[in-house]
Ligand binder design. Sequence first.
Ligand code: 13P
Length: 255
Amino acid sequence: MTTRKKLVAGNWKMNGGLAANAELVRGFLPAVTADVEVSVFAPFPYLAQLQGLLEGTAVAFGSQDVSAKASGAYTGEVSVSMLKEFGVRQVIVGHSERRSYHAESSETVALKAVAALEAGLVPLVCVGETLAEREAGQVESVIASQLDPVIAQCARFVQNGQWPLVIAYEPVWAIGTGVTASPEQAQEVHAMIRARLQAMLGESLAQSTRILYGGSVKPGNAQELFSKQDIDGGLIGGAALSSDDFSGIIRAAKG
Ligand code: 13P
């Protein structure tokens, strides 16, 4: 069986500032070792700062969104080639906050993932159901409706049963609420996502794809979540803004 290296990714959302970012990065860097991959996702204006702060370290960084378009009259958008000029290697696409506040469809999310892959960037594609959808028994159909366009558009980037794409399962009801999916609840959905990848793209791809969990991950619950068979790390919001908490989560991913 493929061994998937754990990835701990910090999504800073619309937080930070020059001084706070520098302090945060300096605070968690000592926890970073070769056995766990770490990346941070900052607001666009701070990517240049991160390029300097993280130079020579093993920590990757990226943006929280990207345009599906290459260039042109798209006011307010940022393209993959612009991100690459600042050393970006990964991008989050389809975060639930973009889906809900900016009406991003799963088709748009899929095109953003394609733009990232075409540019040689790693897309972290977010999926997840709302509480109402969970209570209505729609977890599987919602995840499938978010995932299938991504699989359809991105399948051509699979080579030798692998693609760089990472999936993040972030149940909307667990984001920023302090309510975490139980390790069993998360594992159940992760296994379902992996089974769907296997059915559509084959065993090798399904086994090599990392699936992160996101939603109120803290140092105190990270280890149990990450110990589950199909949970390959975390996408961390609030706790990624504290160097102590983020360090604790990185350490938890070491097992
Ligand atoms: P919290 O960790 O604050 O719940 O946020 C999760 C998230 O949305 C990461 O992208």
